[in-house]
Design a protein around this ligand. Structure first.
Ligand code: FAD
Length: 395
């Protein structure tokens, strides 16, 4: 079994993959095209499955320490009427943890800090992968070539590696929704740990952080490419009259802090996550809409499973076959569920359909929200257990 890997992409998925590989004693180089290694996003929720993956990758405790547990909140109408309640205590009883919220920048830093700086090559774009030599895979980088036993393609929703490996795949599709989001400049009383508010064709949500600040996001049905000259002003106009703390969150935001992205997903599911000695991971393999808060959690699962498969199988080929079997059906089913959640949630515009949905949510027995979350969050990392530190493997 070989022991060197190149990870293409230094996002949450790529860094997690590198951590898993180092745990089992592999040498890893992460190649990231951005000149600064960071995550340009606002905040993120991590479910039990993502946290369990982080535990086996060795950073679960650090992430929990920096995160805020989500005990309160849920889903509301624009006037503030409660549709469904978040029961973090019930999730904690069943799963051992509620969902937690954390600034993306913090999560990214914690993953990065757990890797030796020399394993990170930044400001370098991977444009090709050479699979011609038997048992090897090579990544040309300018004048040098990285020669490895495995390449992990973690280069995101617009993955170049995926295009190289699956030239006839149609690529990502526009979901019909665009998202504006930001972290407030200062602490703000968000009232609850986590909230989603659904109006016709629009969702406003927040994740409160440990330090009192909060991220907010506004997801809108919209053609791709629409941009606003003054995003906070547009959000104040769009969400005028919506319940507290929405106005306070918008008022606590610097205009230049607002990020705006169109949401793309892989509707055409990949037939395999591995080609030769290249494994696709994270959004490169299964980009999904954010409606279940599971995209990064699935990337973290990928990383934990990949490392366990390589530790448990005699050859890279057998390990990659196991990775594909254990990851593809699950992540693709979560992606389908996320798409469906978006259609029944923020994307609904028909007043009759909205009324029926809201009535169904109000009448649903308590515990239904918890069961819906458990469907995806109740995941356990596979065996073999990863060594507790890279050193304990002799790396
Ligand atoms: P990315 O984060 O896209 O990282 C890919 C990296 O590869 C980038 O750094 C990029 O610069 C680099 N790269 C690309 N091409 C190359 C190349 N050729 N050479 C070198 N480097 C390259 N998930 C959750 O679990 N919980 C949530 O609450 C949640 N909320 C979300 C909210 C929104 C609005 C959105 C859009 C997504 C949300 N997600 C959430 C999903 C989550 O953000 C993604 O699934 C996750 O960030 C994917 O990580 P990744 O590492 O696979 O891809």
């Amino acid at each position: 079994m070989g022991s060197s890997a190149v990870v293409v992409g230094g996002g949450i998925g790529g860094l997690a993959a590198a951590l898993g590989l180092r745990r089992i004693g592999w040498e890893v180089t992460v190649v990231e095209r951005a000149a600064v290694l960071d995550d340009a996003g606002a905040g993120i929720s991590l479910h039990a499955n993502g946290l369990r993956a982080l535990d086996v990758l060795g950073v679960g405790e650090a992430v929990r320490d920096a995160a805020r547990p989500q005990y309160t909140g849920g889903t509301r109408t624009p006037r503030g009427a409660r549709l469904a309640a978040m029961d973090g205590a019930a999730l904690e009883r069943v799963l051992g943890t509620p969902i937690v919220g954390i600034p993306r920048a913090t999560l990214h830093r914690l993953l990065r800090d757990a890797l030796p700086p020399e394993s990170l090559v930044i400001g370098t774009e991977v444009t090709a992968v050479d699979r011609s030599a038997p048992g090897r895979v090579r990544v040309p980088l300018g004048d040098t070539v990285l020669d490895a036993d495995l390449v992990v393609a973690a280069d995101g929703v617009n993955s170049r590696m995926r295009t190289l490996l699956f030239p006839s795949h149609p690529g990502p599709s526009y979901s019909g929704s665009t998202v504006l989001r930001a972290v407030t400049e200062h602490p703000v009383d968000a009232g609850t740990d986590f909230e989603l508010t659904w109006g016709p064709g629009a969702e406003f949500g927040h994740i409160a952080f440990d330090d009192g600040r909060a991220e907010w996001h506004a997801v809108l049905n919209s053609p791709a490419g629409v941009r606003y000259p003054d995003p906070p002003a547009e959000m104040r106009r769009r969400f005028a009259g919506w319940h507290d703390p929405i106005p306070a969150l918008l008022d606590a935001t610097r205009p230049e802090a607002v990020l705006h992205h169109d949401i793309y997903e892989l509707v055409a599911a990949l037939p395999t996550y591995t080609v030769g000695r290249v494994a696709l991971l994270g959004d490169a393999a299964h980009a999904m809409t954010p409606n279940l808060g599971q995209g990064a959690c699935q990337a973290l699962e990928d990383a934990a499973v990949l490392a366990a498969a390589l530790a448990g199988e005699a050859t890279v080929e057998a390990a990659l076959a196991r990775y594909d079997t254990q990851r593809r059906p699950r992540s693709q089913s979560v992606a389908r569920a996320a798409r469906q959640a978006g259609r029944m949630g923020q994307q609904l515009t028909n007043p009759l359909a909205i009324g029926l949905r809201n009535t169904a949510l109000r009448l649903a027995p308590s515990g239904m929200t918890v069961r819906a979350i458990l469907r995806h969050a109740d995941w356990t990392p596979p065996l073999p257990e990863l060594p507790s530190s890279p050193e304990s493997h002799g790396a």
